[in-house]
Design a protein around this ligand. Structure first.
Ligand code: PSU
Ligand code: MN
Length: 303
């Protein structure tokens, strides 16, 4: 297994010294945001994690290896290359065998973080049960991964491009803890609140760290979602963003978008229809998650 893993010097040193490490995904860079904002954001998020006492490990597949920690040039390459594959659980073996560039989704990043023994992972949003999934069966592999892989994902909740209620039902069935960070309802990514309550709430990072230790010490395998609302000043107006999402969903349908292309298509459309405002919100919420995620990693590492 170890022969497939390659660590950056920064991550190698952090591991040797027992420092807290935070995993970051690369699909958000290659397929979630346009260039050059994607690369700029990736760099800034890494720095926020350092400033909060942890070490960032952006994960991607390069030349037949799982890279744990990317160099500046590699970040640039993932942000500014055409034809980088979007890699979920199903794709990892093939991408390694064919030595292609692979940007890891939440599911694939969780798998790679777990292999590297990194338990805390920061991103923007997770995949979920899509609207209309009762006929399309479009349910993100992220949810299945959360059910079985021991990595906690700090995100800003679930976007209303998804069916948030069904996403929560799925997570409940699979036994995935969904913790509201300072909130009693699941945040809806661009907005601070959805209409859906969460069953668990934490108001400080120690509670999150203690919860993760207790769960995994007890042998209760699987991930956890720590849902951290976007800051008030960065949030979008609810009726505005929901109207845009409806429009983008219609366009996706009219264009026959399916499979792994749905989420990137929706993100791009929403960005265009909001004239970039959704991208600003997206960038702000990822940075906000990086602050909390790094602090959780520090608290988790203390035990
Ligand atoms: N949500 C975002 N930005 C993203 C993604 C989701 O706001 O970049 C990416 C993540 O990598 C997530 C993936 O794991 O999309 C989910 O894709 P799918 O819906 O095809 O499972
Ligand atoms: Mn899908």
């Amino acid at each position: 297994m170890k022969k497939y893993l390659s660590y950056s010097d920064e991550v190698k040193e952090a591991m040797a010294q027992g420092k807290p490490i935070v995993a970051l995904e690369s699909t958000i860079i290659s397929h979630g945001m346009p260039y050059p904002q994607n690369v700029k954001t990736a760099r800034e998020v890494e720095q926020i994690i350092r400033d909060n006492g942890a070490v960032p490990a952006t994960i991607a597949l390069i030349d037949g290896m799982i890279k744990i920690g990317l160099s500046d040039e590699e970040l640039e390459m993932f942000g500014n290359s055409k034809g980088v594959a979007k890699v979920s659980r199903r794709d990892i073996g093939y991408l390694i065998a064919t030595k292609q560039l692979g940007a890891t989704t939440v599911a694939a990043t969780m798998i790679c973080a777990d292999l590297a023994d990194i338990r805390i992972f920061v991103t923007g949003g997770i995949g979920g049960v899509h609207r209309g999934a009762e006929t399309t069966m479009d349910i993100s592999a992220d949810l299945e991964e959360l059910a079985k892989t021991d990595v906690a994902v700090i995100c800003a909740g679930a976007k209303s491009i998804l069916d948030i209620g069904l996403t929560l039902e799925y997570l409940e069935t699979k036994g995935v803890p969904v913790v509201g960070y300072g909130t009693d309802v699941l945040p809806a990514f661009y907005t601070r609140a959805s209409e859906f309550p969460v069953n668990l709430r934490a108001d400080d990072v120690n509670t999150v760290a203690d919860m993760l230790h207790a769960k995994w010490d007890l042998g209760i395998s699987g991930g956890a979602i720590i849902a951290n609302p976007i800051r008030e000043e960065d949030a979008m107006e609810e009726s505005f963003i929901n109207g845009i999402i409806e429009k983008a969903l219609e366009e996706a349908k009219a264009n026959g978008i399916a499979g792994k292309d749905v989420t990137p298509f929706m993100l791009g459309k929403v960005k265009d229809l909001t004239e970039g405002k959704s991208l600003d919100a997206n960038i702000a919420l990822v940075k906000n998650n990086a602050v909390i995620g790094a602090q959780i990693a520090v608290a988790f590492n203390r035990k």
